[in-house]
Design a binder for this molecule. Structure first.
Ligand SMILES: [Cu+2]
Length: 129
């Protein structure tokens, strides 16, 4: 009984905070969103998507090589590349990014193409959930 009260209170606090955050984001960003939408069709010339697309993925860190600036990840399927699930090594954009992750941890990361079948990790963070 004590536990369920605490849980309910926590959930209420979380949802209240979530709503406030959502409202704040909508309120502050609606103007710039509209500007972006207006500007997009007019700019016309966009880079080919395949060359610039950032691929989002999740996986488990298998090895971190700080000296080489590389991380080995067992990642899930990445449909946008497309790739099946596999274990592979990636260079990272900035070696300091490796300070935020540890071996065995579930991570959430973004890949940027750097050549044919070559990708660099441009963002990596512990996965939250
Ligand atoms: Cu892979």
């Amino acid at each position: 009984m004590k536990t369920s009260r605490i849980t309910t209170t926590t959930l209420m606090l979380l949802s209240t905070a979530g709503l406030a955050l959502a409202e704040g984001m909508n309120g502050s960003s609606s103007m710039s969103n509209m500007n972006n939408m207006d500007g997009m069709p007019m700019s016309g010339a966009m880079a080919p998507q395949s060359a610039t697309q950032v691929h989002h993925a999740t996986g488990i860190v298998k090895n971190v090589d700080t000296a080489a600036g590389r991380v080995t990840i067992t990642h899930g399927p990445i449909n946008s590349i497309p790739w099946p699930a596999m274990t592979m090594g990636f260079p990272v954009k900035d070696k300091a990014m490796l300070d935020q992750i540890t071996v065995g941890e579930k991570v959430d990361f973004d890949l940027m193409p750097t050549g044919k079948d070559q990708f660099m990790v441009i963002r990596i963070n512990p996965a939250h959930g």
